[in-house]
Design a protein around this ligand. Structure first.
Ligand SMILES: *[C@@H]1O[C@H](CO)[C@@H](O)[C@H](O)[C@H]1NC(C)=O
Ligand SMILES: *[C@@H]1O[C@H](CO)[C@@H](O)[C@H](O)[C@H]1NC(C)=O
Length: 392
């Protein structure tokens, strides 16, 4: 349980980055599978695989339509839509049929009341507003305490990362369009109100611009691209005041305040790895999302930027010896760990990064026999994030 949490959290740190880069991958031969036709395949000349022209096993109590499947070199990719998921919110999932059974066995599908508190847009402590120079954003309606949960949502659409390259691009686009059309009209407008940055096919553009990576759904090795329209409101900041995590069993994403937020402040998440120097941040954000980073941390004076970049370089140089906090073999010294916590604090890496540095200090003190300092830093780690659990 906490193992998969850790995996998911580490994945989160990179998710936006990876997706920005991988968003445009396509390819593979394909063959259409027509749902419901049970004829034997007679076209297996030319060495093409004699795939079953069958609808895979599916449970009509869960899925509202027979799955639509497309096949290619990488196997089959099928579209499943549930209208009743999460108390009628609904969800469309594109995935290999082999894992559909695992997905529908998740508590998200089987435990009736599990998602009662999720997906409540009316209770949110923020509202959408135009932010000068940044387009639409989310602004706090009231003070939000550090560690408070801000959102809890299921995705409207999930696409297995391995399925994205299976059908030919035009088949995938048609499948993605159908994924939206099979949702209710309210959900469709929720999806379509999201911003697309790159142009081209509207749905694909929205997916490429707003995807989160969601790991461990239906098996440790499975990663999905997931769209949470409500969470797409959050703009990027290199020093965000929210951090987020996924729970694969409930298929929810939660965001938590990484520091105390006052009424009127914009709520932000980071789309990229926080431990990046400015030039890298500009490059990755422009390549992945098409915008020039203008967050306060990118817009600082040249002198401040130099200092921050030096901090980041230093952090990166200590990280190999101290960064893998779950690795019992690491021999991070008290001095190194204390330098890490100092750097994280001065770089305002609020939330899980700061907490990981404190935890590394706690472990270093424990190794050196200083139990009192170990406890103190363990507590600091605990106080600084809600999305990782630390056991000394
Ligand atoms: C498959 O091909 C054979 C030989 O051409 C033909 O007799 C048979 O009817 C075909 N079967 C189907 C299901 O099309
Ligand atoms: C389904 O889940 C089981 C148990 O976690 C796992 O062993 C299996 O590999 C999963 N199936 C697929 C196709 O990933």
């Amino acid at each position: 349980m906490s193992g998969s949490k850790k995996m998911a959290a580490f994945l989160n740190l990179l998710s936006f980055y990876v997706l920005g880069q991988a968003a445009k991958e396509h390819g593979g031969q394909h063959q259409e599978i027509i749902p419901g036709t049970v004829e034997a395949d007679n076209s297996s000349m030319c060495g093409s695989p004699s795939s079953l022209h069958l609808t895979p096993d599916w449970d009509p109590n869960i899925w509202a339509y027979p799955p639509r499947c497309e096949s290619g070199d990488g196997g089959n990719a099928c579209l499943y839509t549930s209208s009743s998921f999460a108390g009628g919110r609904g969800i469309s999932i594109i995935m290999p049929p082999e894992i559909a059974g695992n997905v529908t066995k998740l508590p998200a599908f089987t435990e009736d009341k599990l998602l009662d508190a999720a997906n409540r847009e009316s209770d949110l402590p923020y509202e959408a507003k135009i932010i000068p120079g940044r387009g639409m954003g989310a602004v706090a309606k009231r003070a939000i305490k550090k560690g408070e949960r801000v959102t809890l949502f299921n995705p409207l659409v999930m696409i297995h990362v391995g399925s994205r390259g299976v059908p030919a691009p035009e088949k995938m686009r048609s499948m993605q369009r159908q994924a939206i059309e099979q949702l209710g009209s309210e959900q469709q407008s929720l999806f379509l109100r999201q911003h697309g940055e790159f142009g081209g096919d509207e749905i694909e553009d929205i997916i490429n611009t707003n995807s989160f990576a969601m790991g461990g759904v239906g098996g440790e090795e499975h990663t999905f691209v997931a769209i949470f329209p409500e969470v797409s409101r959050f703009n990027h900041d290199c020093r965000p005041n929210l951090e987020y995590t996924f729970d694969p069993s409930s298929m929810t994403q939660s965001t938590y305040a990484a520091r105390t937020i006052t009424a009127g402040q914009e709520l932000t998440v980071s789309y990229i790895n926080l431990i990046s120097p400015r030039a890298e941040r500009l490059y990755v954000l422009h390549g992945g999302w098409g915008f020039k980073c203008n967050c306060p941390h990118c817009a600082r004076t040249l002198e401040e930027i130099d200092i921050s970049d030096m901090h980041i370089q230093k952090l990166r140089s200590i990280w190999p010896n101290c960064g893998e906090i779950w690795n019992p073999e690491q021999s991070c010294s008290v001095d190194e760990a204390m330098e890490l916590t100092w750097l994280a604090k001065h770089e305002r890496l609020d939330g899980q990064w700061q907490a990981m540095c404190y935890f590394q200090a706690a472990k270093a003190f424990k190794r050196s026999g200083n139990e009192e300092m170990a406890q103190k830093y363990h507590q600091l780690a605990f106080d600084n994030t809600r999305i990782l659990r630390f056991e000394l």
